[in-house]
Design a protein around this ligand. Structure first.
Ligand SMILES: NC(=O)c1ccc[n+]([C@@H]2O[C@H](COP(=O)([O-])OP(=O)(O)OC[C@H]3O[C@@H](n4cnc5c(N)ncnc54)[C@H](O)[C@@H]3O)[C@@H](O)[C@H]2O)c1
Length: 179
């Protein structure tokens, strides 16, 4: 896919892999909407891109909120003329205390961030990609999707879910004409 002039959204773009992805998309000529729950980090990624001569904006998003995901897609379309790429990248580990003593609320949040937001984000992106005649959805999984991470079994489960969701979608033909 030629990324020159493309419009990309990166969730969890404020740090780590998401920031690296945002910088790489920008270096390839895409405009980038950096989406993250941590405002300072997301803004910093957007500033790094602009400093390198790229075009970027930041939007604060909690990927567990479908309304935030919808607003994020609208914002990319309004600011950059459309959506060609959605990189569903935001993800967390629960950390200490490790399984089976993990806080139940943290586990619920992990499942929602790591898996539900990927499924819902992809679903919400479809009409945006259709309006551009196609595009790409990239989901960050992990080696933990195929190798059990015994300290964080829910992490492995969510990443296995991301892997199977991605494989399944990749095998489906998505019609680009309006339904
Ligand atoms: N670091 C690794 O070794 C590794 C290996 C394989 C896969 N991964 C996956 O790569 C992805 C990025 O991981 P990373 O290591 O760069 O982590 P990171 O913690 O550096 O980055 C994650 C980003 O997601 C953001 N985020 C967290 N919750 C969010 C929410 N609810 N809404 C919006 N943004 C949110 C954080 O603020 C952060 O900027 C994750 O999906 C992770 O599971 C990481």
């Amino acid at each position: 896919m030629d990324l020159a002039g493309a419009s990309a959204i990166i969730t969890g773009g404020g740090s780590g892999i998401g920031r690296a992805s945002a910088l790489a998309f920008a270096a390839a000529g895409a405009t980038v909407l950096v989406a993250d729950i941590v405002e300072a980090d997301g803004n910093e990624t957007a500033q790094l891109i602009e400093k390198d001569g790229g075009t970027a904006a930041f939007t604060r998003v909690d990927v567990t909120e479908p309304d935030d995901l919808a607003r994020m897609l609208d914002e990319a379309e309004r600011t950059f003329g459309g959506v060609d790429v959605l990189h569903n990248n935001a993800g967390i580990v629960c950390g200490e205390p490790l399984w089976p003593d993990t806080d139940p609320a943290t586990l619920m949040r992990q499942v929602t961030i790591n898996l539900a937001s990927v499924v819902v984000g992809a679903r919400l992106a479809v009409p945006y990609l259709r309006r551009r005649g196609g595009g790409a959805i990239v989901n960050t999984a992990s080696m933990a999707s195929v190798l059990p991470l015994t300290d964080e079994p829910a992490y492995s489960a969510t990443k296995a879910g991301v892997l199977m969701f991605t494989r399944t979608c990749a095998g489906m033909e998505v019609r680009t004409e309006s339904a």
